[in-house]
Design a protein around this ligand. Sequence first.
Ligand SMILES: Nc1ncnc2c1ncn2[C@@H]1O[C@H](COP(=O)(O)OP(=O)(O)OP(=O)(O)O)[C@@H](O)[C@H]1O
Ligand SMILES: Nc1ccn([C@H]2C[C@H](O)[C@@H](COP(=O)(O)O)O2)c(=O)n1
Length: 237
Amino acid sequence: MPDRSTDSTARTPSTVPVLAIDGPSGSGKGTVAKRVAEALGWHLLDSGALYRAVGLLALDRGIPLDDADALAALALRLPISFQPAGEGVSVHLEGRPRDADLRTEDTGAAASAVAAVPAVRDALLARQRDFRQAPGLVADGRDMGTVVFPDAPYKVYLTASAEERAQRRHKQLMEKGVATTLAALLEEIQARDARDMGRSVAPLKAADDALRIDSTGMSIGQVVKAVLDHVVLHGSQ
Ligand SMILES: Nc1ncnc2c1ncn2[C@@H]1O[C@H](COP(=O)(O)OP(=O)(O)OP(=O)(O)O)[C@@H](O)[C@H]1O
Ligand SMILES: Nc1ccn([C@H]2C[C@H](O)[C@@H](COP(=O)(O)O)O2)c(=O)n1
């Protein structure tokens, strides 16, 4: 095993392929990553779930969202597990399912805040890389192609206009029966974009070698096809 005690970025080279999908909130990363992973028969990493878990447990425990030492300690020993549930996966924290709490806008905002703490990102790095298992991994997040898997052979930067992303989120929340307004969601999305893109460590940005897809006006099926085409095309080169 590599010694990660002094260098949290140390890793052995891997031949297991990774498809990194990065992009802002509501761009469709999670939806597309899940479908593409199913189509390829690859593993799936929803890296946002790890940051959401740190944010939610910090709120539960009253840990200030800028207390770097306490947050890093929490992230290092994050009591999270991914349990099979029906055709998907349920995220358990401290042994119990917390899926609904993890997906709220408040948890998303807390996740964005703790994600700006360098020690938290460092603490989660090895855990994310451990998902790289044969036959392959589809990983979605903000820094999959730039920091966590810079050697990924396939990289996609998925975006859409802030207005369209707010409309998608509005529809999603209405379907869940959550009352909100389009204007409030647009404001939240713009604030989250600013924080995720503006932080000093691992800011959200496209890797230089990523395929950029603007999904504004595209259906989910069209985006999934474009991503699969990219993997097939690059795989045969
Ligand atoms: N191309 C698309 N056209 C229409 N709706 C879409 C499209 N892509 C995703 N959606 C819908 O938008 C909503 C948000 O998608 P999703 O959760 O996958 O985004 P995300 O980028 O993973 O967001 P977050 O980073 O906040 O988790 C979902 O309801 C999803 O079904
Ligand atoms: N690789 C990642 C994944 C997530 N984050 C942060 C920033 C996001 O606003 C927040 C929630 O992510 P989501 O579940 O909405 O994808 O977590 C990050 O910094 N890096």
